[in-house]
Every structure is written in C-alpha cells, then in structure tokens.
Design a protein around this ligand. Sequence first.
Ligand code: NIG
Ligand code: FE
Length: 417
Amino acid sequence: MKSYAYIGPFSELVTMQQLPLKGALSDDALQIIQQGGILIEDHRIHAIGTHKELYPVAKKLGAAITHIEGTKVGIPGLIDAHTHICYSGSRARDYSLRNAGKTYLEIAKAGGGIWDTVTQTRKASRDKLVKGIILRAKRHMRHGITTLEVKSGYGLSIAEELKMLRAIREANKALPIDLISTCLAAHMLPRDYKGTQEEYLEEMASVLLPKIKEENLSHRVDAFIEEGAFSKATISPYFKKAAQLGFDITVHADQFNVGGTEVAVRFNALSADHLEASTAAEIQLLAKSNVIAMALPGASLGLGCNFTPARKLLDAGATLAIASDHNPGSAPMGNLLTQASLLGAFEKLTNAEVLSGITFRAAAALGLKDRGVLAKGYKADIALFDTQEYREILYNQGSLQPSMVIKEGKLVYSESS
Ligand code: NIG
Ligand code: FE
C-alpha cells in the first residue's frame, strides 16, 4: 500500500532543478515556485508544483496533509559531504596555541594536531564513539542536513580504523539521516608505527581495505596529501589498489601546499577538498576535469586562514561543493549554513552558487544522484525555513535555522516540538 503525504503552501520552493553541475550560476537560473506544494509518495517526491494544482490531487489520494499556510521556504535537505565527527577529546588547546601565533603544522609536529585526537579516540570505546557521532549528527540535522559524510582517520591501525567505521555504521542505524562513511586511514603516518610510510600504506591497502569491503563498511577512500602527512609519490600505489578494489577516491588536497589536486585528477577522484593553497594551475586542472572542488570554509575559519578560491574555481568552470569539515582540530564549529554563507560573502558567490554547493553539487561529490534537488523521483529530503523569501536564508548567515527538517518524507526535526 502506497502512502502519500502533502506539504503546502510554501511561500517559496527553491527546487534546484535544471542547473548545470559545473561553473558559475546567477540567481536568475534558480527555479522558484511561489505558493508551492510537495506531494510525497513513501520516501520520494511524487510531484512538485503550485499548491493550487497539487492540493486537490493530494486530497484525492488521501494524503496526510501538513498545512503551512505560506509561512515557509523549502529547499532540498542539505548535504555536508566532508566531516570528521567520529572522534573523542577536544583540541581547544591547539586553537588557543594557534591564536597565540603557532601554526597548524608546528602544533602537529610538537605532539598536538591529528595525533592528539588519535590518542584520545583510541582510548574511547566503540560505544562512546557512537554516542559522540549521534550527538553531533543530530546537531547537523537540526541545521537542515539530511546527508552527512563521516570519515575515519583517528584510528590509524587496522583495529582502530575498523572500530571507527563500525561506530559510524552503528550511528547511521540509530539516526534518521544518512551517514556516508569514508576510510581515512591515510590521514598521517601513526607515530607508533614501526615502519615507513610505504609499508604502512601497503598494510592498509592489503589488509584493511579488503576487510572494509568484506564488512561493507565503506566504499570511499580518502588521503591527506600534505607535508607532515603523505606525499604524492607514496599515496599513488595506495590509491591504485583502492581503485582496483572498487573504492571511490577523494583527497584532502592543497590545504597548505599544492600537490593533492594533481593526484585527485590523475586518479579521477570524486572530489578534491580544501584547496586553500591552490594556484591558477590547480584551478585549471579542476576546471578541465570531473573532479569536484570542495571548499571547507569551517577549516579556514578554524585556522584563521584564507578561503578556498571559490570564485576563481567557478569562473574557470569547475564544480564547487561546500562542506563543514567538522573536526576537533581545524574546524570545530560544524555549522554548514553559517560557513557557506560566510564563504559566499567573502568570495562573492551568488545564492545559487552557495545553495548548489550544499545540495546537488555536494550530492555529486558523494556520487549520489537521488538527492539534492526537489523534483519527482528524488528523495523527499527537505529543509523548511520560517521566512517569506529564499534570500533570507544566506542573508542571516546561519542564524535563521530550519524550523522543520524532513528526511525521506518523515518529519525528523521540528522547532516547535
Ligand atoms: O580536513 N587536514 C587534515 N585533516 C583535517 C583536520 C583534522 C584534524 O586537525 O584533526 C582537515 O582539516
Ligand atoms: Fe577534513
């Protein structure tokens, strides 16, 4: 038996339909339905249109009707395609040290940084990690996020990486939103590993990755290509094996030094993320490829450094997605809407470009074709804001939060409850 639900009338529905994956976008390109309605069949959108045309259809189908009386703007549920919310411990000390003048790489070399979180995360039980992920993911959900990528990468041994990925899977089962897991065993060479970078990566490729496949824990592999992490040369055999095993590839690229983008393009990665240090050469490489450029404004704000050259990337013809990078070190804030709004203000991005970056372009960075757009057949994932017009959303720079969030047709958050 099919079940129908209907929501309307919206003051505006921003559908994100028929927009190109690549390049700059003007706000005129946005399809905005005034006094719109959404008819949902089970988990998916059955029809989208004006309230006038859809309401009678909904009534005829016996749909459960939610009247919102023209008080809300609806946009696709947001997609945060890059986070590290599976961790234990705080790095407030790093933040203070950075603000007192030490650099991220200096703090990492002195025993802070990623390794500090690895130590804390290894001490945590799987159950504790699950609770931490659920807590953070629910906060993202209240911010309108209905699909959330979560990386491992604070375990850095076979057993500890598996513990993290299993924790992510368990949290996913307990949450109404979708968590998409990524293996980041190549975050850095663990300090306690008795061997070279090459040996570590070889072990991860030959033992960890097949185990991840076997348990179906993830289909994505990420690596941090950077001074103090992994070089272009050492990562190549690892990515080659990951690709052979059928993993999608994504890269932490050009955060402080260039190099990662070139590898991302060579391996046809889904995305190259960070790019704060990218130059004209990397921008051209991304624009000419299908690799999605992912800006992480939360890391720029957390580290107090420049933003990803988002305007230049879009003008060159690249695809720009925007994610929070929520992690205890470089990006502790974890509020995608605030960060994407600020990136827009500093980089001079249109509403259409920012909203695309956190909806269908972010979905593409995760290889997902069933979300990020309000159109027939797509998942009924919707963020609703109490306002009359869509421009208020980014204008409020995150202080206007959704009043309702719908995931696959179900109300998963309501301000009033
Ligand atoms: O995306 N750059 C590497 N990885 C994370 C930071 C992780 C951490 O500092 O704990 C990032 O910024
Ligand atoms: Fe990251």
